[in-house]
Design a protein around this ligand. Structure first.
Ligand code: PLP
Length: 385
């Protein structure tokens, strides 16, 4: 990701910023496209992972659809050329304004997350004399074996409709003349690397789609959600997610009926490896038991380590020639919060004020979660081309 020219270019620039390697992005998208097309699967990009305009344009150019979780994301998807027939709108708390916007845009499908939401979408669609296409987000109660902060498919989570409520759902769908049932939707969590989890999901989906068919509802779309993980420890040697294995699990275990479409909503796996957060060391502070590298970037630029205890590989780009990485530093940000720490006890070469530091695999849930806390400048972005 960083050759000498790139690092020389960084030296001229004000930090911090996100650096996007568009070649990495292109290769990742191509790998996903190839692996999914083999089985005729449709992939919608989960836009909340990264809505940087250049990133969106490139993803759109590969023919992926868009999975949106707000009205503004629906709007952005359409502005960036994602066809309305390829836009889905998910989210546990869609406001009336957002639902109306999506109805006006004639999107492909709403992923509805509660019985009450079904009634509201029906009322709003009726007022516009429209029919809203609906997939029901179901909570399959499958444990994603990922960090509990990013697990979404258990009955204790706020997302989706639990299976014991399915009779209510069926009754509601029969009552609501302005809803058209399309299919069922699942999303059980993020950063999932254990393929067994997806096998369990497939088996649950098979049971649940049978339930719908048995109750008189034709299931046209099976939307399995997203969640495929990336390798945060080895971004250079293992930079592309296991798309082949991932789609093969669904091919092998999902019972797909004639005419059914299988949809996926990948976010992280498509974009995470394409960006790094580039920052400079402001101060090196020697403590009694440990040394600190104080960076000019913190939780206002990349909050994942602080919010989810997430790991990101940290590299000193100015000392890449150094023979040993034999010092340990707590790498911290400048924000007035003790939690503003990227990682403790990082092995690094001896580091100095002004050194360029890369925080890797920051393309997903990075720039999009930047905040203005402490009235910081909004983090910028630069591109490899
Ligand atoms: C966030 C989200 C995704 C994408 O998750 P990743 O782990 O980034 O692949 C997919 N579907 C829904 C409904 C989501 O909320």
């Amino acid at each position: 990701m960083f050759n000498t020219n790139t690092i020389t270019r960084f030296q001229e620039l004000e930090t911090p910023f996100y650096y996007y390697d568009l070649d990495v992005l292109r290769r990742t998208l191509a790998a996903c496209k190839e692996a999914s097309s083999k089985y005729g699967f449709h992939v919608h990009y989960a836009m909340k992972a990264n809505f940087n305009p250049k990133v969106l344009d490139m993803i759109q150019s590969f023919g992926f659809g868009a999975d949106c979780v707000s009205g503004n994301e629906v709007k952005a998807a359409i502005e960036h050329g994602f066809g309305k027939e390829n836009v889905v709108f998910a989210g546990v708390g869609k406001s009336d304004k957002e639902i109306n916007l999506a109805l006006d845009a004639d999107i492909f499908c709403f992923n509805a997350e509660s019985v009450q939401e079904l009634f509201i979408i029906n009322d709003l669609a009726k007022a516009k004399n429209k029919t809203a296409k609906i997939a029901i987000r179901i909570n399959p109660n499958v444990d994603a074996h990922t960090h509990h902060y990013i697990t979404t498919g258990l009955e204790e989570n706020k997302f989706g409709i639990n299976t014991f409520q399915l009779n209510d759902v069926a009754e509601t769908l029969r009552k609501c003349a302005n809803l058209q049932f399309l299919g069922i939707h699942f999303h059980i969590g993020s950063q999932i690397t254990d393929m067994e989890v997806y096998k369990s999901l497939c088996l649950r989906i098979n049971e649940i789609q049978d339930w719908f068919e048995d109750h008189g509802f034709a299931v046209k779309v099976l939307n399995t959600g997203g969640g495929l993980g990336v390798d945060y420890h080895h971004p250079d040697t293992n930079g592309v997610s296991e798309f082949e294995n991932y789609f093969k699990v669904f091919h092998d275990f999902l019972k797909v009926k004639p005419g059914q479409e299988v949809h996926f909503e990948l976010g992280r796996a498509l974009v995470a490896q394409s960006a790094s957060l580039i920052s400079r060391v402001l101060y090196v502070k020697n403590g009694i038991k440990k040394n600190f590298l104080i960076l000019d970037a913190g939780m206002t630029e990349l909050i994942r380590p602080m919010l989810y205890q997430a790991f990101h590989l940290i590299q000193n780009l100015s000392r890449s020639e150094a023979k040993s990485q034999d010092l340990k530093y707590d790498v911290v940000g400048p924000i007035c919060e003790s939690t503003d720490c990227f990682q403790k006890d990082v092995d690094l070469p001896e580091s100095f004020r002004g050194d360029l530091i890369a925080v890797r695999t920051a393309g997903a849930y990075g720039e999009v979660m930047a905040s203005g806390y402490n009235l910081r400048d909004r983090v910028g972005s630069i591109y490899s081309e």
